[in-house]
Design a protein around this ligand. Structure first.
Ligand code: SF4
Length: 377
């Protein structure tokens, strides 16, 4: 497999907006986790699901991967890269998601020695009141401190995550967050709009009126503010939620958007192989039980039809600034194409359609209308 994702499900507590498949643990069962993922890898190799290809990207996401003791992460990287054949390419991208308060000089030294060359920091905000509202475990000073520690340790590529579109009563200044973020000079920024997911503390707060519902207008204003500010600073807005300095795009996430096959290890991890999508048991306990016993921890598989693959190609392509090529199996109604072009939502260069930042605000509407167009494809 050229692209491998490893899901580390543990978090110290649940953030107020999060509905991810996580396991809240005061003490991370690191030995058991590494043993279970190692066993899953062996099972997949025995089942012939592990193609021998040079590994190009390895991504540890979560959850909170940085809650794993650094030595356990190093063991896991060694196990996975040993299983890649031929040996991992020297240029492989190894990304690790970290919470700022887990970044220490000693941990960073071990991460670098293990091969980690890209760290994505879950920063989210520089406002102490917002971080407390989000139930984050780090304080506002932790982000610049972590950036410095990672740079001193020799991590060559840093990404910072931020959230916009917060409820008005928080009086948060996203503009100030952007300024502070840019001042740290990250190679990459992921900027996500807050969304209300069922069964989260945020959804409960809104339903009982303790927090105002989110405003579409504020969402749009801040999305465009990020686009204008970050592109002015030389960042390429290369995907709806992602910005990079030239050459610093996430190669792992780009593989998803380019429809490459990938393998997922760990609870809730998804895989895509030869048109078949599969996903593991999301609950840590169910996953561990299956993996430890040598069973396949896959919960379900689905083979995508040709039509589903085409629609996915359209959707993924339109999320990126490269757009999608015209093809006989999909069309945009002429009047709609004219309207979008006039409004500055869509640009056409030769055979290539791409959405502008304003167009990305209407991505779902657009894809819904293309769905109809692709029905006969
Ligand atoms: S750290 Fe990330 S995965 Fe964990 S609860 Fe918070 S948002 Fe969810």
């Amino acid at each position: 497999m050229r692209h491998i994702y490893v899901h580390v499900p543990f978090c110290a507590r649940r953030c107020s907006y999060c509905d991810f498949a996580i396991a809240v643990r005061k003490v991370v069962p690191a030995d058991r986790y590494v043993a279970a993922v190692t066993r899953e890898l062996e099972t997949r190799k025995q089942n012939g699901e592990w193609d021998s290809e040079p590994l190009e990207t390895l991504y540890f996401g979560g959850g909170t991967p940085s809650l794993l003791p650094p030595g356990h992460l190093a063991d896991l990287i060694a196990t996975i890269t040993r299983s890649a054949h031929p040996l991992i390419r020297p240029s492989a991208e190894i990304t690790f998601e970290a919470n700022p308060d887990d970044v220490t000089p000693e941990a960073a030294r071990i991460w670098v020695a293990a091969g980690v060359n890209r760290v994505s920091l879950g920063s989210q905000s520089f406002d102490p009141a917002v971080l407390a509202w989000m139930h984050r475990t780090h304080d506002a000073e932790a982000v610049p401190r972590a950036v410095q520690v990672l740079r001193d340790a020799g991590i060559p590529s840093l990404s910072l995550d931020f959230i916009f579109g917060l409820p008005t009563e928080l009086n948060a200044s996203f503009e100030r967050d952007l300024e502070k973020a840019v001042a740290l000079g990250p190679d990459h920024l992921s900027i996500y709009g807050l969304s209300v997911e069922a069964r989260t503390p945020l959804a409960r707060w809104i339903s009982r009126g303790a927090t105002t519902a989110l405003s579409d207008e504020r969402y749009a204003d801040e999305f465009l503010l990020a686009h204008d500010r970050l592109t002015a600073f030389g960042y390429r807005h290369y995907e709806v939620s992602n910005y990079a300095l030239p050459g610093r795009e996430s190669r792992h996430n780009s593989a998803y958007w380019l429809e490459r096959d990938y393998a997922g290890l760990g609870p809730a991890a998804h895989s895509m192989r030869r048109g078949v999508r599969s996903w593991n048991f999301a609950q840590w306990t169910a996953y561990e039980r299956a993996a430890k016993g040598g069973s396949d921890p896959t919960e379900a598989r689905e083979k995508l039809s040709e039509r589903e693959r085409r629609l996915e190609r359209l959707y993924l392509g339109l999320r990126t600034d490269r757009g999608v090529a015209k093809a006989p199996w999909w069309t945009i109604e002429r009047s709609r194409e004219d309207l979008w072009t006039r409004e500055g939502w869509l640009e056409t260069t030769g055979d290539q359609y791409r959405l502008t930042a304003r167009g990305w605000l209407r991505l779902d509407d657009l894809v819904a209308s293309l769905t109809t167009s692709a029905d006969g494809g």
